[in-house]
Design a protein around this ligand. Structure first.
Ligand code: 3PG
Ligand code: MG
Length: 390
């Protein structure tokens, strides 16, 4: 039984828009098949318990893992069987009949109410489907769920292990966490400061530069008395933003904010746009991407760095009008790599930016972890990793 993270982004017609995580699982699946295993794959997709239908039921059509069967089967060049439940009758009978060299994907683990609670009964049922447990779901290793963590306790040390992806992820993340060559630059983006507090605090003193982009930058501008119009601001994090800026100075870490922003009159790809200094955004307008000067400033720092870590987009990357900043940062990372830097990218949107810019193979390591990578770099112990190591 191989726990993978197939939590991939889907469009409105349920087409996979970025298959990085599926691609990343292939080496382990292939290795198991070459060793004559019958491979049972287990994953979650989205947050079906939280995003229920109006009548309160689970939206099975939206969150079914059937959406990934065709892509996986194309990539593996062999059919992939599918069970319509996770530990129910279909899963049990298909797992029992599975032959060496065959692949079976179980339905979304989060359709089970016990998954996110780390329910032991559910984990025991999962364990009964297989002889060995391999955890390759680095992207979900920060969750102490039944399929990622609790299930491991039902296998002894000779019957459980990490997969190849987990191994690569941990090795690369350790380079950045413990052995970053300097100058070390972290690029931190995304909508909210509150998601990145732990990371930012941990990076102070370790990094020479922290480049802040995305919605979270406007909380920093507002904290310094700037005018940010209708940009996203976390009012309850203004003090924290001021503290971070002060602490950075004491720790010899330079926090760079985007000098200018692409601003819009509404949150839409059809909005009118212009570029202004990021602390002079008029009322009624909001910053949705970093501007041209910010791109130049950030790129200059990136290309002179020896270690670069990027987590979180520079703008509302899903909308074409506000994607330029993230794409430019991806290109700067590729250039830094060619100049000898170790570069690592994590987090769904930043990884998509790297893929869309066509520079993925010019980045030292593209992580499949968003939240998991953040927590790892914060120095936290990830329960999915601990469960195997124990
Ligand atoms: C992710 O994409 O962050 C992982 O797959 C974990 O999903 P979650 O954030 O919904 O727990
Ligand atoms: Mg997440």
């Amino acid at each position: 039984m191989l726990r993978v993270d197939f939590n991939v982004p889907l469009d409105a017609e349920f087409n996979i828009t970025d298959d990085t995580r599926i691609q990343a699982s292939l080496p382990t699946i292939r290795t198991l098949l070459e060793r004559n295993a019958a491979v049972i794959l287990m994953s979650h997709l989205g947050r079906p318990q939280k995003k229920r239908k109006e009548d309160g039921s689970i939206d099975r059509e939206k969150f079914t893992l059937r959406h990934v069967v065709d892509r996986l089967s194309t990539l593996l060049e062999q059919p992939v069987l599918f069970a319509t439940d996770t530990v129910g009758e279909d899963a049990m009978s298909k797992a029992a009949q599975l032959k060496a060299g065959e692949v079976l994907l179980l339905e979304n683990t989060r359709f089970e109410a016990g998954e996110e609670k780390g329910d032991e009964d559910l984990a025991r049922k999962m364990s009964q489907l297989a002889d060995y447990y391999v955890n390759d779901a680095f992207g979900t290793a920060h969750r102490a769920h039944a399929s990622t963590t609790v299930v491991a306790q039902f296998f002894d040390r000779d019957h459980k292990s990490f997969g190849l992806l987990m191994d690569r992820e941990v090795k690369n993340a350790k380079v950045v966490r413990d052995n970053a060559e300097r100058p070390y630059t972290a690029i931190v983006g995304g909508a909210k400061v509150s998601d990145k507090i732990g990371l930012l605090e941990n990076l102070l003193g370790k990094c020479d530069y922290i480049l802040v982009g995305g919605g979270m930058a406007y909380t920093f501008f507002m904290a310094q008395g700037g005018q940010v119009g209708n940009s996203l601001v976390e009012e309850d994090k203004l003090d924290l933003a001021r503290d971070l800026l002060a602490e950075a100075k004491q720790n010899n870490t330079e926090i760079l904010l985007p000098a200018d922003s692409v601003i819009a009159d509404k949150f839409s790809n059809e909005a009118q746009v212009q570029i202004t200094p990021s602390d002079e955004i008029p009322e009624g307008w909001m910053g949705l991407d970093i501007g041209k000067k910010a791109i130049r400033d950030f790129s200059e720092v990136i290309v002179k760095s020896k270690t670069v870590m990027w987590n979180g987009p520079m703008g509302v990357f899903e909308m074409e009008k506000f994607a330029a900043g993230s794409i430019a940062i991806a290109e700067a990372l590729a250039e830094a790599t060619s100049l000898g830097a170790f570069t690592m990218v994590g987090g769904g949107d930043s990884v998509s930016a790297v893929n869309q810019s066509g520079v993925a193979d010019k980045i030292s390591f593209v992580s499949t972890g968003g939240g998991a990578m953040l927590e790892f770099l914060e120095g936290k112990e990830l329960p999915g990793i601990k469960a195997i190591e124990e």
